[in-house]
Design a protein around this ligand. Structure first.
Ligand SMILES: N[C@@H](CCC(=O)N[C@@H](CS)C(=O)NCC(=O)O)C(=O)O
Length: 228
């Protein structure tokens, strides 16, 4: 049995969870918090980051490596596509989202507004939050509004690229960055499409029960409907 380690609201962890669900694989989940359960994590991953997938008793780290492994050993349905050119485009988009979008919506917003106060008992960096809210997030969303497809998914078929992009934007919305339908109509339609993939929707439904997500929704995101 596979075992996934890592708190579920991390977009890196969520990529793996949705991939497991999408492929219909059974797994156990240990929602280890990398900030409050450091010592336990370091024994599984010396880099101190989640996700970790335990396969036959051996830990594997790095979300992209894990998802590639899942595609290799459990190929259907593919999360990186079976077509080489589409696969390359998916990998590039995933890398871009997991660096560029992660630094704005993860490091700049959710980490500052939710993780730091709740788990590290520190205040968020207000200057960084403001810069992300007023400059960086709007800039990148303008680009995404032009690049997301009117129909379908980021790279032909549903893939890890959609999981990466939508995962970071969810953290942005949970931190109070509104992605309004009047300003970003294509992007909002795209996000709804992606969040409604059954394997994704069931993970989000579970995630919404978590205290930390309820805290974020109540304090920053109100009843903001795209994040469902
Ligand atoms: N490149 C890694 C990044 C993993 C990562 O940064 N995970 C965060 C969770 S959002 C973490 O565990 N952070 C704890 C820390 O860096 O101390 C991956 O794709 O798995």
């Amino acid at each position: 049995m596979l075992e996934l380690i890592g708190y579920p609201f991390s977009p890196f962890v969520r990529k793996v969870m949705v991939t497991l669900e999408y492929k219909g694989l059974e797994y156990n989940h240990d929602p280890l918090n990398p900030f409050t359960e450091r010592e336990r994590l370091l024994k599984l991953n010396p880099r101190g980051a989640v996700p970790v997938l335990i396969i036959d008793g051996k830990p594997m780290a790095e979300s992209a490596d894990i998802c590639h492994w899942l595609d290799e050993y459990h190929p259907s349905p593919a999360i990186y596509s079976n077509k080489p050119s589409v696969k390359t485009a998916i990998e590039e988009k995933e890398k871009w989202a997991d660096s560029e979008l992660a630094s704005i919506f993860g490091g700049g917003l959710f980490f500052q507004k939710v993780i730091k106060p709740l788990f590290l008992k520190q205040e968020g960096d207000d200057e960084r939050i403001q810069l992300c809210m007023t400059v960086k997030a709007p800039e990148v969303l303008d680009k995404l509004e032009l690049s997301v497809p009117e129909e379908g998914y980021a790279c032909e078929e549903f893939s890890i690229a959609d999981l990466a992009v939508s995962g970071w934007l969810r953290l942005g919305m949970l931190s109070g960055f509104e992605i309004s339908e009047s300003q970003y109509p294509r992007l909002v339609k795209y996000l709804r499409r992606v969040y409604n993939i059954p394997a994704y929707a069931c993970i989000l439904e579970r995630e919404n029960q978590l205290e930390v997500i309820q805290h974020a929704r109540k304090n920053f995101a109100a009843d903001y409907e795209i994040i469902e």
